[in-house]
Design a protein around this ligand. Structure first.
Ligand code: PA5
Length: 449
């Protein structure tokens, strides 16, 4: 009932002595993560969340999801960063690969589309084309309630909804997930009477998938959010061990730190299942925003194998030796597609007859694991018994715990993201947002040079 971590393929870069030496720093950070008198500014609400979540709100999430499932062909989830990556990761990894293209009776809930995570004009136009003649609901998600990408998408899509249904009916089809009292989105929700869900004060955006932020879209997709919370609860139990030898998340964090210290400055999260693509996207945000600051941090990248073994595989095997891999290894698969024997064996594949694609994928995994390790790319392996809601919840908590610990080992604050403001300041100045006049002047002089 757990996800296991194995660093035996990272030897000789990591040895038991290193693990013993790092234990004191782990204990210190552990005490901080589990301290009793937490306050909102510590941003540690996610630590106890799997056990201490708001049950009343959880019931409201289930009820809203039921309503969306009964009155909508389409749900549009508007949000960026931590406000969409977690639900996208869950829905993609746990649903049919072509979920939105399935006939309604096979799909299990509405088609789900994401918006407000960029400024692309053609994406929004194409989305509006796709939802024509369909019944639509919107879940707009922004913890701050003021982020520009989702705010613009919401203004445009709300307009579409109000034209289609009229203001009153549209308001019954809009669900807002945001701060309990502040921000423009909260204000709009109160003004127009949208049902609202809360992002707890002490849970940061990228740690929020197990709050209403992730749970409402995930439940609307027909997935079992109770089971997901049970998986996270089990992870919480297993990963509250102080001792590094008993805590896989702390071992993973320690390995990352020790490899970083040996100039392995890039971590590649590898999967062998295309459905996991957005799990990697979620993971990249979690680690990049948490650790990449003060001139420090591993650079998180991702790859889907075996596809990418035919593109970046050459570099991994023989290029600059500055990376390690963390492999998400899914142990079992319920589908069973096997290679059958043919009489003429003209494609030469009879040696595979009777083998399933899953078996072949497993051999690709072992083959790449040994080849890359031999090529001095240390490999860390996370074994996940199977892809389901329970293990998704477990995995989320595993990475959150490991990320918080990694940040502490590195000596950075894993819960802020001051660096993302720099581009916003320039963009606002260039767009003429009130309050950015000085910056606009400086930028204007720069562009004239
Ligand atoms: O982790 C974070 O805090 C950020 O990535 C946010 O999730 C992202 O910027 C979206 O912010 P908001 O939910 O306030 O719109």
């Amino acid at each position: 009932n757990k996800i296991t971590f194995d660093y035996s393929n990272a030897v000789p870069f990591i040895n038991e002595k290193d693990m013993i030496n790092i234990e004191a720093s782990i204990h210190k950070a552990h005490e901080h993560l589990h301290k009793r008198d937490k306050n909102a500014s510590d941003a540690l609400g996610w630590v106890d969340l799997p056990e201490q979540y708001d049950r009343t709100e959880f019931k409201r999430i289930e009820k809203a999801a039921e309503k969306i499932r009964s009155d909508s062909d389409v749900l549009i989830v508007i949000g960026v960063g931590g406000s969409y990556l977690g639900s996208k990761a869950a829905i993609d990894s746990l649903s049919h690969t072509f979920r939105n293209q399935l006939k309604p009776e096979k799909r299990n809930g509405p088609e789900i589309y994401f918006a407000g995570h960029h400024f692309s004009q053609s994406y929004l136009k194409d989305l509006i084309d796709v939802i024509q003649d369909k019944e639509v609901s919107i879940n707009v998600i922004s913890k701050s309630g003021t982020t520009t990408e989702p705010a613009i998408a919401f203004r445009l899509l709300r307009d579409y909804l109000e034209k289609k249904y009229g203001r009153e009916e549209a308001a019954h089809r809009i669900y807002a997930t945001t701060d309990k009292e502040k921000g423009a989105l909260k204000h709009m929700a109160s003004l127009h009477g949208y049902e609202t869900f809360t992002v707890p004060d002490d849970v940061g955006g990228r740690y929020s998938v197990l709050t209403a932020v992730g749970l409402l879209p995930i439940a609307a997709a027909g997935l079992d959010i109770k089971r997901m919370m049970e998986g996270a609860q089990e992870a919480k139990k297993q990963l509250s061990e102080k001792s590094i030898s008993k805590n896989d998340a702390y071992q993973y964090a320690a390995c990352r730190y020790l490899l970083y210290k040996q100039h392995k400055v890039m971590e590649m999260l590898v999967n062998y299942e295309p459905k996991l693509h957005y799990v990697s996207e979620w993971w990249k945000q979690l680690f990049a925003e948490s650790e990449g600051k003060d001139g420090k941090g591993l650079f998180p990248v991702s790859a889907g194998f075996s596809t990418d073994l035919h593109s970046i595989g050459q570099y991994i095997q023989e290029g600059h030796r500055h990376m390690f891999e963390t492999v998400l290894h899914i142990e079992s698969n319920t589908e069973n597609i096997t290679v059958r024997e043919t009489e003429d064996n003209s494609d030469g594949l009879n040696y595979l007859s009777g083998k399933s694609l899953h078996d072949i994928n497993q051999k690709a995994f072992i083959g790449a694991l040994y080849a890359h390790t031999d090529g001095e790319v240390p490999n860390l392996v996370l074994s996940i018994p199977k892809l389901n809601e329970y293990y998704f919840g477990y995995l989320v908590y595993f990475f959150e715990k490991a990320c918080a610990m990694s940040g502490s080992l590195l000596g950075v604050n894993p819960f802020n993201q001051p660096g993302v403001e720099a581009y916003k300041k320039n963009m606002f100045a260039l767009l003429g947002k009130p309050g950015y006049e000085k910056e606009a002047e400086i930028l204007l002089r720069r562009t004239k040079k």
